[in-house]
Design a protein around this ligand. Structure first.
Ligand code: F6P
Length: 328
């Protein structure tokens, strides 16, 4: 029998992403709309173990829809990996009268929620929040669109200086295991070459492509490199390699780093966060559990957490082709 849900806990976990605050706001306000209580859990699963809870009402999420980061803080909890840690966390939820959880994060966060659900039969719902966009079952994760805009703005600026000095820049962007940021921002910023983990371009082809680029009359170049690229060299090694093999190139490196995770969320991310928060709470109230809410063909849909974790978020073949044509 479905338990009646009277109080929902919400947490953010793993790497933060712009739009997480807008999602917290949406969860809190949807709870208030349906006349149920909501509790914010600080520092992800670690806060669940330590009982770091705070009651939240519609006014406690004023003026956060436009804020980057997460007001609930985020952490990667080692203790939650242990059965003892999860037992403690479960007991704290029971003691606080919390009947269900909304977790906002990436695949690590969902893995924790799934185990918790299996161990205790505890109702959970996931909202995908990571700039990497590497979650199966949703075309967009929270923060991806904002991160793309941040990266494109940064590369536009790098291009100004690159073309003034006729230089080649390797720009490293985030994406530990996925090249979505590199591919999309690379196309958006007009990169000459894009290196992503899903494809191994190979060093020889990179050199050929740079040579072709020079011969075709380009005076400056931007190569966008995903941090998880499989070419086997980091951006600094790539710089050395190109300088050794193509001495006519004056090469510089720019690692964009954590600035990609910050900043005010784009309108797209704010709207997405609001939609996903409503669906997450209402799905729990309908007795559904162990799903992720996501976006497919502009509709908010549910995907079993297990699939969201195990499925791979494929690189769009059409985008790959577009990028190839654009770099001609
Ligand atoms: O998962 C999101 C992400 O931003 C990755 O792209 C990146 O590799 C990682 O987080 C960095 O994590 P941390 O904040 O622990 O350095």
């Amino acid at each position: 029998m479905t338990k009646i849900i009277k109080k929902i806990g919400v947490l953010t976990s793993g790497g933060d992403a712009p739009g997480m605050n807008a999602a917290i706001r949406s969860v809190v306000r949807t709870c208030a709309y349906h006349d149920i209580e909501c509790v914010g859990i600080y520092r992800g699963y670690q806060g669940m173990i330590e009982g770091d809870f705070k009651e939240m009402g519609p006014r406690s999420v004023n003026n956060i829809v436009n804020k980057g980061g997460t007001i609930l803080k985020s952490a990667r909890s080692k203790d939650f990996i242990t059965p003892e840690g999860r037992q403690k966390a479960h007991q704290n939820l029971i003691d606080a009268g919390i009947n269900a959880l909304v977790v906002i994060g990436g695949d690590g966060t969902f893995t924790g929620a799934e185990i918790f659900n299996h161990e205790f039969g505890y109702p959970v719902m996931g909202i995908p929040g990571t700039i990497d966009n590497d979650i199966f079952g949703t075309t967009h994760t929270l923060g991806f669109d904002t991160a793309l805009n941040t990266v494109v703005e940064a590369i536009d600026k790098i291009r100004d200086t690159a073309s003034s000095h006729n230089r080649l820049f390797f720009v490293e962007v985030m994406g530990r295991d996925a090249g979505h940021i590199a591919l999309n921002a690379g196309i958006g910023a007009g990169a000459e070459e894009i290196l992503i983990p899903e494809e191994n371009l190979g060093l020889e082809r990179l050199l050929e492509s740079l040579q072709r680029s020079k011969a075709s009359g380009k005076s400056s170049s931007i190569v966008v490199v995903s941090e998880g690229d499989k070419i086997g060299k980091n951006v600094f090694e790539l710089k050395e390699y190109v300088e050794e093999n193509l001495p006519e190139y004056d090469v510089r490196v720019s690692v964009l780093g954590h600035m990609q995770r910050g900043g005010a969320p784009s309108c797209f991310d704010r709207v997405l966060a609001s939609r996903l928060g409503v669906k997450a709470v209402e799905s729990l109230l309908e007795g559904k559990s162990n799903y992720m809410v996501g976006l497919q063909q502009d509709r908010v849909v549910l995907t079993p957490l297990e699939q969201a974790i195990k499925g791979s978020s494929r690189i769009d073949e059409e985008l790959l082709r577009v990028s190839e044509i654009m770099t001609t």
